[in-house]
Design a protein around this ligand. Structure first.
Ligand SMILES: Nc1nc2c(ncn2[C@@H]2O[C@H](COP(=O)(O)OP(=O)(O)OP(=O)(O)O)[C@@H](O)[C@H]2O)c(=O)[nH]1
Length: 198
């Protein structure tokens, strides 16, 4: 059984979105709403508490998501790990499920697959694998890793894959539903995905 009561869900929305021309990705249109609203809808039933990690438009995120919005405390736009660290500090649960704000088709099996994989591999981090690549910011992480992450960041390091490589990492299999991990980084990808859903 997946311990939903013991999982905090965190939407990472604190990037610069340079490939999107600087537009805040979570707030771009998606099926008549903002993209982050689709992420929230998929994540909410799978976790006990929700948090958003953002470095701009915090009021808008708070209204749309109806949950606390955290601003990175480890440098401005220092990368996803900075948002993860801030969220791990705030979370009260043993597990924290991170998702990006730009993946509008997330599976309702996300938490269960990541959790089962983490337990089966006796890992501390579980990452979604679509068969072609790992989605580093779709991950279930044990909150107990916070001190280690702080040490890593305090060394001036920011690379997600480098930090993960220092830990026991499980790969959760999403090869049967890779479309649930698709994210939109550019206006072109946004247009293609919008068209595919019409
Ligand atoms: N909290 C926080 N989240 C971040 C930060 N950088 C990236 N993210 C989030 O992490 C996820 C993956 O980020 P990327 O798409 O690789 O980077 P990005 O800055 O959003 O976009 P590009 O500038 O186009 O690479 C997205 O959901 C981002 O919002 C950051 O500095 N802080």
């Amino acid at each position: 059984m997946v311990p939903i009561d013991n999982i905090t869900g965190v939407i990472l929305a604190g990037g610069r979105a340079t490939r999107m021309g600087g537009q805040d990705k979570g707030l771009i249109p998606w099926q008549g709403k903002c993209l982050v609203e689709s992420v929230i809808a998929a994540l909410r039933p799978q976790v006990s508490t929700l948090l958003v990690s953002a470095n701009r438009n915090q009021l808008q995120y708070a209204k749309l998501c109806n949950c606390p919005v955290l601003t990175d405390t480890f440098g401005h736009y220092a990368g996803p790990l900075a948002g993860m660290a801030t969220a791990l500090q705030q979370a009260q649960t043993d597990y924290v499920l991170f998702v990006p704000c730009d993946s509008p088709q997330l599976s309702l099996q996300l938490a269960s697959r990541l959790y089962i994989s983490l337990i089966n591999h006796q890992a501390t981090i579980s990452v979604a694998d679509d068969g072609c690549r790992l989605h580093y910011v779709v991950a279930l992480i044990k909150r107990a890793l916070l001190p280690d992450l702080l040490t890593f960041l305090n060394q001036g390091k920011h690379k997600v894959s480098e930090w993960y490589a220092q830990h026991s990492l499980a790969r959760a299999d999403f090869t049967d539903i890779p479309e649930t991990l698709v994210n939109v980084n550019t206006l072109e990808e946004h247009a293609i995905l919008t068209q595919a859903n019409n």
